[in-house]
Design a protein around this ligand. Sequence first.
Ligand SMILES: *Cc1c(COP(=O)(O)O)cnc(C)c1O
Length: 376
Amino acid sequence: MSFQSFIPPQRTLMGPGPSDVSPRVLNALSRPTVGHLDPTFIGMMDEVKQLLQYAFQTENKFTIALSAPGSAGMEACFVNLVEPQDTVIVCRNGVFGQRMLENVNRLGAKAVVVDSPWGRAVEIEKVEAALKAHPEAKFVAFVHAETSTGAVSDAKALCALAKAHNCLTIVDAVTSLGGIELKVDEWQIDAIYSGSQKCLSCVPGLSPISFSGNALKVIESRSSAIPSWFLDQSLVVNYWSGEGKRAYHHTAPVNSLYALHESLVMLHSEGIENSWQRHRDMHKKLALGLAELGLAFIVPENERLPQLNTVKIPDGVDDAQVRNYLLEQYNLEIGAGLGDFAGKAWRIGLMGYAARNENVALCLAALKDALAKFTK
Ligand SMILES: *Cc1c(COP(=O)(O)O)cnc(C)c1O
């Protein structure tokens, strides 16, 4: 047997993630690997923390990138904060809310599930009713940007409601960070996690997280040990602390962190508000073009995510046939429907570096061609 190097095709990624990675970020990835305790690398890690504070709009000292994907960021929030005696209000309006619930269940804590329809925002009144019915609740957990459906929830209002009932908030910002307005301090979010490969347009495998002072207090006053060694943030904090006494915890993914640093430098120089605006602008262009092609959005207009556009697959059009054609003829990847929407919807991502005129034009032209060819 002989094996050759793997040379991937040059795709355009317009699905639910990973998103297109900019050449600048890929370039950063290929720079020479240094030791993970090298003073230059430690300096770069400190900048990553500052840049993440900017991206999250927070002054939380505990703001780092976990060496693992977004799913690990989710798990880190739950295992560090939630104990078996706690009650957690879990908002579920798609796949990722369901995963939050599974985290709570596995920790042996009590979950109160608030269901909202797929393709819609979390319904605030239902959350309020659950909070009134469960005064013992300690946390409210919800997904800001549900990538499985393309719906955005009102994070500001949900956090205000949680605070009014003395609850801490656990927020999934995997798809929202960098793509839509997100203000951790102003909205009083206590624990938040994201992913490198969505609107930050970095390579997959890292999870930015941030904990408020109140979240850290909850962790310090736990009555039981954190049931995960790797995700125990009280150990990780010594690895990311800037006081020159960095202790070995695990080997950081050195080159991936170069890539994250570069993508955050790009976000900082663009300006976070400008990035949010760019996602809105590109979404508007895409939405106009999709309407001309007769494709209808699933999510009502005021609940739509600009960076993840879910459209109904027209009757008589074969889902896989179209997606395969886009991939083979245009090197273009769009997302299939997930869960309740499998076979019924496409998910078109405009995340980070993919939120550009070039991508919108390519996607609309390719879809026009594919629909003309495959509509029965
Ligand atoms: C992608 C995604 C995740 C999981 O991130 P991974 O990096 O794939 O583990 C979690 N939540 C949401 C909303 C996502 O879109």
